[in-house]
Design a protein around this ligand. Structure first.
Ligand code: PLP
Length: 472
């Protein structure tokens, strides 16, 4: 399998070559040069595998044949009942006849990001050892991504993690979850500023190419191809669990932020899993809902991005969206460059009335939107029905899943986090705190490790100069 850039300016490369990378060298995103296909007989055989076995098979379709044993070994080490709470890894529950909930949040940090990030940690460690290299992961987080990354990379050979978070702006739970990671290769940096300040510092240091190369800086953000790829697995799994008969259509509904999760669903459909429609659910930050309804992509600035009660979806510029638009344009890098970097591109683009609008109509993705009031109503409604407590992001998905159901077609809503992470909103909806898994009792009382710095790149640069891992 070869990888190319959406912008057409990269020499084709292999899975392992692109594994550690973020953006392609030409500023685009890497995509497979062609899509693998999964025949019905293969899908039937996949139905007999456990999660790790299925993950190994799916990932092997996106890698080179000689990588398969290595991928199989890492999948078996990663997708265990011990780490994900059950042998099923992603159990399917039924909310009502024909409407299911795929549990993706039983990993170490209680959000679906663990499913890809845990594997990514193992892949990074293995690939760095093979190359004899080290990596200093520099990231910024407003909460969830940071803890998933730290949990996946802690204690890994050849990797150090420098995670910037906004001082005093996370929930007690999120703060304790990150700052209590005790491993010596994890450095929590509390920045006296906002999440945007943290991200600006990461951009400033990563944008200094000489510094970046010399200090082996890398990232684990949601554009990483292996992360997307690892997310395809649970769509196959969810399909196999929910389809009445193999070959029947199943629809999915996905709470969407950076469009990584939804893109993985589109890929599962593209390679031949009989997924009918993928409904994406946005919150009040509804750029993508607008796009899928109108074919108009109207970019909004940071100032117009609202802080909502489903904070992991407070995104106006979805970083994986370029991969989807590349497909919509018939994989034409010149057309993509024209949309993305042509005159007026900063404001967005309008595909309505163009031949691409027809492709949009056929792509299988539909959308919906959910507000704070919808979120509270959905949490209350589900609790009244069966005592189940949905996290606010999952509630956005369930709201849109109900609107988008088709007669006779099973709908699978994705559970992207457990409610324990978002106690304030659960209290507002239900009047009491969500239950906590046993491993998190007393979390806030554990010793915390972090350094506090002013919101300027210079102080973070100093920390990197002192603590970054050096090439052997
Ligand atoms: C990251 C996240 C999302 C959004 O997922 P994308 O892949 O960025 O679209 C939704 N819900 C939760 C709980 C998340 O942590």
């Amino acid at each position: 399998m070869r990888y190319v850039s959406t912008r057409g300016g990269m020499e084709p490369a292999g899975f392992r070559d692109v594994l550690l990378e973020g953006l392609a060298p030409d500023g685009g995103l890497v995509v497979p040069s062609e899509w693998p296909t999964v025949a019905p007989a293969t899908l039937a055989r996949w139905g007999t595998l456990d999660y790790a076995g299925l993950a190994a098979e799916v990932l092997a379709r996106f890698a080179d044949p000689e990588d398969a044993p290595w991928l199989g070994e890492l999948c078996r080490a990663t997708y265990t009942a011990g780490r994900f709470g059950s042998a099923e890894v992603t159990p399917l529950a039924t909310l009502e006849p024909g409407l299911h909930l795929l549990g993706l949040s039983n990993g170490p940090t209680l959000a679906f990001k663990d499913l890809a990030m845990q594997l990514l940690g193992a892949l990074f460690e293995g690939e760095l050892a093979r190359r004899g290299e080290v990596l200093n992961v520099l990231g910024a987080t407003s909460g969830d991504t940071g803890s998933a990354a730290e949990e996946a990379l802690r204690g890994r050979a050849g990797i150090r993690v420098f995670m910037l978070s906004p001082w005093g702006r996370m929930s007690e739970f999120q703060r304790a979850q990150m700052y209590s990671v005790a491993d010596a290769n994890v450095f929590n940096i509390a920045v006296e500023g906002t999440f945007d300040d943290c991200q600006d510092i990461v951009k400033a240091l990563g944008g200094d190419l000489a510094f970046k190369r010399e200090h082996r800086l890398g990232a684990v953000n949601s554009i990483n191809w292996a992360r997307v790829c690892a997310q395809v697995v649970y769509y196959v799994r969810g399909y196999l669990a929910a389809a009445p008969r193999l070959g029947d259509e199943v629809d999915f509904c996905v709470p969407s932020g950076n469009f990584g999760n939804a893109l993985a669903g589109w890929i599962a459909r593209r390679i031949g899993v009989p997924i009918g429609r993928i409904a994406i659910a946005t919150n009040e930050n509804d750029v993508l809902d607008e796009f899928f309804r109108t074919a108009r992509y109207r970019v909004r600035g940071a100032a117009q991005t609202l802080a909502t009660s489903s904070p992991s979806m407070d995104i106006s510029r979805a970083s994986n969206f370029e991969r989807f638009v590349f497909e919509l344009l018939g994989r034409d890098p010149a057309a993509l460059r024209a949309l993305w970097s042509g005159p007026g591109a900063a404001a967005g683009f309008d595909l309505s009335g163009t031949p691409h609008a027809a492709a949009l109509g056929r792509c299988g993705i539909v959308s919906g939107r959910s507000t704070h009031a919808d979120r509270l109503a959905t949490i209350r409604d589900q609790y009244a029905r069966d005592g189940r407590i949905l996290d606010p992001h999952t509630a956005d998905g369930v709201k849109v899943a109900r609107e988008r159901r088709r007669p006779g077609v099973p709908m699978v809503a994705l559970e992207t986090a457990l409610p324990a992470k978002f106690a304030v909103t659960i209290r507002e909806a239900l009047g009491f705190d969500p239950p906590r898994p046993a491993a998190f009792l007393g979390l806030e009382a554990r010793p915390q490790r972090f350094v506090r710095v002013p919101a300027e790149a210079g102080s973070v640069r100093e920390i990197l100069l002192q603590h970054a891992a050096l090439p052997a």
